[in-house]
Write a protein that binds this ligand. Structure first.
Ligand code: PEP
Length: 249
């Protein structure tokens, strides 16, 4: 009942020539059961949107400001993302939470802004290594879920991405049991807070060192509806291999 979703986060990578990878990705038809989202840097958004027009690939932003406009030098509003062709926006990535001191209340306000502009909010959460080792993972995720997601979530406007911080860009991946435990927990909390309609239709992505060679195993875990992919989304070949593994799972 939930469509699968492969989301690529290019982070601060990619000049104009990187769009060749997007062109190559969009040239192959998307699998019937899988949505594809690519979030390039803001400088490439408009060009990327033009490239994917009429294909199965959608474009997203990597962050937005909580306000619609105003004196916020260097920031981008959700309306601006939508105007540039974005359909979704990543919010609360651990790199934003860390480097830009974004807390749950900022993430929640940004999600509201995204929804006002008609964008799907891909809201990220995850524990640090110290929190994992102290056996606090579910408490941390429970707090971030409660604090980061506004009340009027739906299965269309919300995607949750579970991204253990220690797995991002490190090549370390939690065990299948660890991923399953957190995804089951998120599903149960979504159902409890929003009811079964929203709880069961919201997609939950895993993110953190997803690669072509571990994708099939990760996608075999119940309640993993897809992936948020950093490094491996930068090349069409690797991202396509992950998309194929997802659609076959
Ligand atoms: C990410 O940036 O969200 C991410 C999961 O990165 P990577 O796939 O490179 O670990």
């Amino acid at each position: 009942m939930r469509r699968k979703l492969a989301a690529g986060n290019w982070k601060m990578n990619g000049l104009g020539d990187a769009l060749a990878e997007l062109r190559a990705l969009a040239a192959t038809p998307a699998p019937q059961n899988t949505d594809i989202l690519v979030c390039p840097p803001a400088t490439l958004l408009s060009r990327a949107s033009d490239i994917v027009k009429g294909t199965g690939v959608a474009i997203g932003g990597q962050d937005c400001h909580a306000r619609a406009c105003g004196a916020h030098t260097g920031d981008i509003s959700a309306d601006m993302l939508a105007d540039a062709g974005a359909r979704a926006v990543i919010i609360g990535h651990s790199e934003r939470r860390d480097e830009h001191h974004e807390h749950d209340e900022h993430v929640r306000a940004k999600a509201r802004a995204a929804w006002s502009s008609g964008l799907t909010a891909v809201i990220c959460m995850g524990e640090s290594l110290a929190e994992r080792e102290a056996d606090n993972t579910l408490d941390i995720i429970g707090g971030q879920l409660a604090g980061s997601i506004p009340d009027n979530a739906t299965g269309e406007n919300l995607v949750v991405a579970y991204e253990p911080i220690w797995a991002i860009g490190t090549g370390r991946v939690p065990t299948i049991a660890q991923i399953g435990e957190v995804h089951d927990f998120i599903r149960a909390r979504l159902e409890r807070r929003f009811g079964p309609g929203v709880g069961l239709s919201t997609r939950i992505l895993y993110g953190g060192s997803v690669k072509p060679d571990n994708a099939t195993e990760i996608f075999s875990v119940p309640n993993v509806d897809g992936a948020l992919v950093g490094g491996a989304s930068l090349t069409a070949r690797d991202f396509r291999a992950i998309i194929d593994a997802l659609s076959a799972a």
